[in-house]
Design a protein around this ligand. Structure first.
Ligand SMILES: [Zn+2]
Ligand SMILES: [Zn+2]
Length: 270
């Protein structure tokens, strides 16, 4: 499979001259499986451009995996063109709410007064799969969903196909629960993981749901993934600050291949 980042900013889209190298769009990763299936991880603002590309490729069936419903992970949904293609079938996988349903959550967000078009008039065929701590297979792709350490109902995903594994944990606070996400991340060929805060920043943001660099590094050293991508960049961090954090993370992880997520980054797992 091949993964391409379309958005790796956290919390709020952050366009502008200080973020051109790593990008300002929020969480969205495209995965093309070895069997040719189109998978999308999160629908942050990066989903707008990705949706155009998917439409141009003539893809009419895809799986969208949402980690949670915080706006930075869903605000591209209303601008994701496959939803407005009557020939398309979009299967939305996402966390099972405590009350009501995933469909109710999405339809509330994608309806007035939050969105101009009522959800029932969205033309694509949309199916919902609610997950929590689950393992299942779609067309040869084995999916593990598991709850992570983050406010509200939030999961991470592990995708396995033909002996290759991708773990996607954009929002996770191992400082409050060091075990969270370990099952998803351990031994993955590539891990995309929250690395939002410096140690100093985290001291005043405990409980906000994100990782400090030392906690990120502890998780990486324990899980020992093949490749590591720092994800969910803070809106206040410029390209230069992110590059300093990458140097710090490499030291803390004791490995030189830790890299910052950036829009356009492709990871081929073959
Ligand atoms: Zn987030
Ligand atoms: Zn969140």
């Amino acid at each position: 499979m091949k993964a391409t980042i379309w958005g790796c900013r956290g919390s709020l889209a952050t366009p502008g001259p200080a973020t051109v190298r790593y990008g300002g769009n929020t969480s969205c990763v495209h995965v093309r499986t070895a069997s040719g299936r189109t998978v999308v991880l999160d629908a942050g603002t990066g989903a707008r451009s990705l949706g155009k590309a998917i439409l141009a490729d003539g893809v009419e069936q895809l799986d969208l995996f949402l980690t949670h419903l915080h706006l930075d992970h869903v605000e591209g949904l209303g601008f994701f063109e496959p939803l407005f293609n009557p020939a398309a079938t979009v299967t939305i996988h996402g966390p099972r709410p405590d009350e009501q349903s995933l469909e109710k959550w999405i339809s509330t967000y994608l309806s007035p007064p939050f969105f101009p078009v009522p959800f029932e008039r969205v033309p694509a065929r949309i199916e919902f799969i609610e997950v929590w701590h689950d393992r299942y297979v779609v067309d040869g792709l084995a999916i593990t969903a598991a709850p992570v350490s983050h406010p509200g109902r939030t999961v991470g995903y592990r995708l396995e196909e033909a002996g290759r594994t991708l773990a996607f944990v954009p929002d996770n606070e191992p400082g409050l629960d060091p075990e969270a996400a370990l099952e998803l991340a351990t031994g993955a060929d590539v891990l995309f993981h929250d690395a939002q805060y410096t140690e100093e920043e985290y001291a005043t943001r405990v409980g906000w749901g994100h990782a400090s660099l030392p906690d990120f590094a502890r998780l990486v050293r324990t899980a020992s993934p093949g490749q590591v991508v720092m994800f969910h960049h803070d809106p206040s961090h410029s390209d230069e600050q992110l590059e300093q954090m990458e140097r710090d993370a490499r030291g803390l992880c004791v490995r030189d291949d830790v890299q910052l997520g950036r829009e356009g980054l492709e990871i081929q797992l073959a």
